[in-house]
Design a protein around this ligand. Structure first.
Ligand code: CAA
Length: 388
């Protein structure tokens, strides 16, 4: 990190996050990966370190940081464990709809608990038949007096089994397409809200990814985000624009963490009477990886700065950084496994976990095919004379 490019708070945040990652996350990463269990001890350590509300405005108990601050922390956590990185970042994904679309009363009600690390929050957009095509969701919310009655099933709900709150998107007006979708904060314990199947995953195994069942689930109308129907899809898209750099930062952290291990291993490993890192072929791989990681990191930080500046057009650069950083993470972690040779393929060494954790970053919060679609739509709009 070139310190002059960052604020004192960002430099301090990075140091604090790195120390926490090295002391509280790395030592237990393999244990929770194997057990596929949520690391409550890590959650408590994040809370104790005062990092739970990095992205939440100060007036609601947070640090008042922006997307760049969030990315700096997520990268450091993911360098030690990609699962713990997303376990943290998903709270930003779940709470951005409240920050961008909630009323003052709703922000006052839900954000301080999240900022304090007392409450976790998930994001319920996807369904079994509505993944990339998020607007085709079937979950319904029907008004009944002072409540909405929600029925449907959400899929791929990251952190849903441990979250106190879930930002759930549902159709309030089936005749209006994307404009008929609304967002609700559903609180744990609400009758008719049930956590279902836990996915058995390739990577990010310490974070539960679950199905959520909504069966005659009565949610007070006060939990309709913003107090108006029909804004949910727009708020989901605005949220994803702000959250995708977090996935990209997770990818950069994974790639950097894998390269750190490969640097050390190739230095120590002796073959043909010399250190493996003394071979030019290996040095070129290390150089390429370091260059790709730095390029990805700078695009992530650029995107985060554009978002934090309040610029109106953030969609394209957000998708670009997610696309690039996650593809870099997949390539770098795969190449690092290669550098470990046969040992890289075995769980005795920590490197294979990086490759498993990296794969999901190309898939969630919009597949990289969807990122390309989003980038292309914006490029063509700009070419036709729209703003960039
Ligand atoms: N910002 C603001 N508004 C936006 C927007 C944006 N970035 N993108 C679209 N909108 C608005 C449009 O302006 C339009 O509004 P109007 O009706 O008022 O004109 C409305 O939303 C519909 O837009 P589109 O017609 O462009 O929508 P679409 O159906 O063609 O879909 C899409 C667009 C980009 C493909 C979108 O569906 C998408 O992003 N899909 C991927 C979904 C995704 O990322 N899912 C991951 C969920 S989270 C997860 O992975 C699990 C987890 O827990 C981590």
């Amino acid at each position: 990190m070139i310190k002059e490019l960052y604020t004192p708070m960002q430099i301090e945040l990075r140091e604090r996050a790195r120390e926490l990652a090295e002391t509280a996350m790395r030592p237990v990463a393999a244990k929770y990966d194997e057990a596929q269990e949520y690391p409550w001890e890590v959650q408590k350590a994040i809370k104790a370190a005062g990092l739970s509300g990095v992205w939440i405005p100060k007036e609601y108990g947070g640090m008042g940081g922006g997307v760049l601050d969030l990315c700096i922390v997520v990268e450091e956590f993911s360098r030690a464990c990609g699962g713990m990185g997303v376990g943290f970042a998903v709270n930003a994904l779940g709470s951005f709809p409240i920050i961008v679309g909630g009323t003052d009363e709703q922000k006052e009600r839900w954000l301080p608990g999240i900022a304090a690390g007392e409450k976790l929050i998930a994001f319920g957009l996807s369904e079994a038949k509505a993944g990339s095509d998020a607007a085709s969701m079937q979950t319904r919310a029907e008004k009944d007096g002072e409540h909405y009655v929600l029925n449907g099933e959400k899929k791929w709900n990251t952190g849903g089994a441990v979250a106190s709150y879930n930002t759930v998107f549902a159709v309030t007006n089936p005749d209006r397409g994307a404009r008929g979708i609304s967002a609700f904060v559903v609180e744990e314990g609400t009758k008719g809200y049930r956590v279902g199947k836990h996915e058995d995953k390739m990577g990010i195994r310490c974070v539960p990814v679950v199905e959520i069942h909504l069966e005659q689930c009565r949610v007070p109308e006060a939990n309709l985000l913003g107090g108006h129907e029909g804004h949910g899809f727009k708020h989901a898209m605005i949220t994803l624009d702000r959250a995708r750099p977090g996935v990209a930062a997770q990818a950069v952290g994974l790639a950097q963490g894998a390269l750190d291990l490969a640097m050390q291993y190739t230095h120590e490993r002796q073959q043909f009477g010399q250190s493996v890192s003394s071979f030019q072929g290996v040095q070129w791989m290390l150089s390429d990886m370091a260059t790709q990681i730095e390029a990805a990191r700078q695009l992530v930080h650029h995107a985060a700065r554009v978002i934090d500046s309040g610029h109106r057009h953030i969609t394209k650069v957000s998708a670009m950084c997610k696309l690039m950083a996650t593809d870099v993470a997949m390539k770098v972690t795969t190449d690092c496994v290669q550098l470990f040779g046969g040992y890289g393929y075995c769980k005795d060494y920590p490197i294979e976990k990086y490759m498993r954790d990296a794969k999901i970053t190309q898939i969630y919060e919009g597949t990289n095919q969807i990122q390309r679609l989003v980038i292309a739509r914006n490029l063509l709009r700009e070419a036709a004379g729209g703003a960039n």
